[in-house]
Design a protein around this ligand. Structure first.
Ligand code: CS2
Length: 494
């Protein structure tokens, strides 16, 4: 066993004999990007692209300052601070090979909960040109069915009344943009990196809805000056485990309290509309296109929906990882049937992309045995994910007279999962969802009203009123509740 070295700037030279480390100057570069939501995904994706650019000697003025807007973000802030904002990215290949690399593109971090002024000042700084976001689907604060901004959120109400005391991303963005306008600085770009169709348009629509109520004139300025490029982001980034931390220390000699693991695949497709310049990301493989819409739709409706199909069905079956799901022939065939018969027909052709190849590659990526992406990560926040990833496909197939049974079983299984909170062998499920109590309450009324769960219109729209859907759903639910195993049901459908 090697003696391990603490991950810190002063130890980089020594660590450089174990793995690649940043070779660029990290101390006097400017912060050009302020990023809200420094989870594993940001660290495996955008921060990694930036790091690659910096390694090429490019983009010296594009350091990243991370921002946390939730109390829970204190953990990553403190860890990064101890490590001079360095962290290790462990790329895990299907053959078991791990490629670790120290990433240095994040250079600072501020917390909105304790130091709101520092966050506003960072965003309003003359050097800041982009504010990027990975605030998750739920962070956009809209009603998934109506697409309208949710003004009932108490934090939103608070910051509308007290613009000087922002809580959510909307309060911080308007406070910073107001300061820029008032001091004659150009606006920054707001770059959404979340899994939402038309994520930039969504960020724009929500920010303007908020800003119009807070300060109409500011809203007009934002509408004219701020660009919101849509972007499609992709890299599977499982939750870091204790075993990852131990592997890094024992096999690679680095003490890193929170490394990030990810698959080798990486993709970022972005619309080239920026308010105030951007790093030359194309030099490290980012694709700039005039319209990202078809790419986003393909990825959300195939990859993300495919994950949810495996996740929800796998959870109640008792599978704990995505690779275990696709190693199970019934699950792999069911997934392919959903992709081919339900997701693909409503996608249409996507210019320049062979969808068969894309789906083959998804199955290969999901099968990576070294990634061990947990089913609980995939099922987390399903109430924000399914209305974006899966339910639109179901509605579109119902309208077009297409197949909808594969997606319907996922909703029936989601009801069972939310009600019982156990798998079909009686083992408790780890349920992480902002709506978990509501979901549980709705689902537990199933015995009196089989459509109780699906009647929640903000999630499902008017599905409960569609007879063909309602009868298929009810019969699937009855089978699950009488104890028929999910894999038997799946097998009978393919
Ligand atoms: C996953 C995504 O959260 C989920 O349910 O589908 O995190 C997925 O791994 C990424 O979008 C891959 O790019």
């Amino acid at each position: 066993m090697k003696t391990s070295i603490q991950l810190q700037q002063e130890n980089l030279e020594e660590l450089g004999s174990n793995m690649p480390v940043p070779t660029y100057n990290r101390t006097d570069n400017k912060i050009g990007i302020v990023h809200v939501g420094v989870g594993g995904f940001h660290r495996a994706h955008q921060a990694y692209y930036l790091h690659q650019l910096r390694q090429l000697g490019e983009a010296p003025d594009w350091g990243i300052c991370g921002i946390g807007l939730r109390d829970a973000d204190t953990k990553i802030k403190n860890i990064l601070k101890t490590q001079d904002h360095l962290y290790t990215l462990m790329v895990k290949h299907p053959d078991g090979k791990i490629e670790p690399e120290v990433i240095g593109s994040i250079v600072d971090f501020e917390m909105g909960t304790t130091d709101p002024e520092l966050v506003i000042a960072r965003m309003a700084n003359a050097n800041t040109k982009i504010v990027s976001l990975t605030i998750t689907e739920g962070g956009y604060n809209f009603n998934p069915t109506t697409g309208k901004f949710n003004f009932d959120n108490p934090d939103i109400q608070h910051e509308l009344r007290h613009p000087q005391d922002p809580k959510t991303v909307y309060g911080f963005l308007t406070a910073a943009l107001k300061r820029r306008r008032d001091t004659g600085l150009p606006a920054f770009t707001i770059l959404s990196c979340d899994n939402i169709e038309h994520n930039g348009d969504m960020a724009r629509k929500m920010l303007l809805a908020f800003a119009k109520v807070q300060d109409e004139e500011l809203a007009t300025w934002i509408a004219q000056e701020v660009r919101f490029p849509n972007s499609m982001v992709d890299r599977i980034t499982p939750v870091t485990t204790k075993a990852d931390i131990d592997t890094l220390a024992q096999n690679y000699g680095v003490d890193d309290a929170w490394p990030v693991t990810c698959e080798p695949f990486i993709q970022w497709v972005v619309e080239d509309t920026f308010s105030n310049g951007r790093p030359p990301f194309e030099k490290v493989g980012v694709q700039f296109v005039p319209d990202v819409g078809p790419y986003e739709k393909m990825k959300l409706r195939l990859l993300n929906a495919g994950h949810s199909v495996l996740g929800i069905l796998g959870a109640i079956h008792g599978h704990t990882t995505i690779n275990a799901c696709v190693e199970d022939e019934v699950f792999a065939n069911y997934l392919r049937a959903f992709l081919d018969e339900e997701a693909t027909p409503v996608l249409g052709d996507i210019e320049g992309i062979n969808l068969e190849d894309y789906k083959d590659s998804l199955l290969e990526r999901f099968a990576n045995p070294n990634i061990k992406d947990s089913v609980s990560r995939i099922c987390s926040e399903s109430s924000a994910k399914l209305p974006k990833f899966l339910i639109p496909t179901l509605h579109e197939n119902l309208a077009a007279g297409g197949s909808f049974k594969f997606a319907t079983l996922v909703l029936a299984a989601w009801c069972y999962y939310s009600d019982k909170q156990l798998d079909q062998h009686g083992k408790p499920l780890e349920i992480i969802d902002a709506m978990s109590n509501e979901l549980h309450n709705m689902a537990s009324e199933t015995k009196d009203d089989p459509l109780a769960f699906i009647k929640q219109e903000s999630l499902f729209g008017d599905l409960a009123k569609k007879d063909s859907f309602a009868s298929t759903y009810t019969s699937m639910l009855q089978k699950l509740y009488t104890g028929i195993k999910i894999n038997e049901l799946m097998q009978s459908m393919i």
